[in-house]
Design a protein around this ligand. Structure first.
Ligand SMILES: *Cc1c(COP(=O)(O)O)cnc(C)c1O
Length: 224
């Protein structure tokens, strides 16, 4: 199947999911996830109007960002403190902020580098943090305090990888977003939903779906 066909198929899935839940398809952002996909394919997607891509690994994303200065990359994968600097240098946005110490380090480095980088807090309400990272609900206040409303790291929303096939988990995240939005008095977006569960995510109120395999096909490329 060609990239164009996959994108069309995805648009149809998004339309259908939106019809079922009375939402406007234009309100759902489709973020292509290009990890382990070659730059040539990313370039092809750029030709179809996509300018921002999700990446999981700092080095791989940095290499692509360096080779494609006209495109933007968003960090979705776990971020170690010692990779914080290249992450701020090469990524337009960081979606995997999940610990106070990381927030503090990013703040220090953002000032040093004189950059502004929107961040999303990755939450994990199901205690799966050992696998993919994510802040528990109980630890959210400490993380928000560490972020301190820093204008260099504006908070855009919440990102999560809910357990698959668990519609209740998606709803729980939407509730958390609604509450936090009220508490902070600012709009927050919700990034959840991947190739296999975008319908569940849209039904529950996701604003951004992050799509890898259903967009680009199977991941095969090994960067180094
Ligand atoms: C890989 C990945 C995706 C995309 O996954 P697919 O199932 O290929 O759509 C989305 N979000 C994160 C955080 C990922 O690591």
């Amino acid at each position: 199947m060609s990239l164009r066909d996959r994108i069309e198929g995805l648009r149809a899935r998004i339309r259908k999911a939106c019809e079922a839940s009375g939402r406007d398809p234009a309100s759902i952002e489709l973020l292509p996830v290009s990890k382990k996909q070659p730059l040539a394919l990313i370039r092809e997607a750029a030709g179809s109007g996509f300018a921002r891509f999700g990446e999981n690994y700092v080095q791989e994303g940095a290499d692509k960002a360096t080779a494609a200065l006209d495109l933007q990359f968003v960090l979705l994968g776990p971020l170690q403190r010692n990779k914080a600097k290249p992450a701020l240098q090469h990524f337009a946005e960081i979606q995997s902020l999940d610990r106070p110490d990381l927030a503090e380090r990013l703040r220090r480095l953002a000032e040093e580098l004189d950059v502004v980088r929107p961040v999303w807090i990755q939450v994990d309400l199901w205690d799966e943090s050992t696998k993919q990272g994510g802040c528990s609900e109980a630890d959210l206040p400490a993380l928000l305090a560490a972020l301190g409303g820093d204008a260099r790291l504006p908070l855009r929303g919440l990102m999560a990888i809910p357990p698959p096939q668990d519609a209740g988990a998606f709803t729980q995240l939407a509730d958390l977003r609604d509450h936090l939005q009220q508490d902070l008095g600012q709009p927050l977006r919700l990034s959840m939903g991947m190739s296999g569960d975008l319908e569940t995510a849209i039904a529950a109120g996701s604003d951004q779906i992050r799509i890898g395999t259903a967009f680009f096909g199977e991941r095969v490329y090994t960067p180094r």
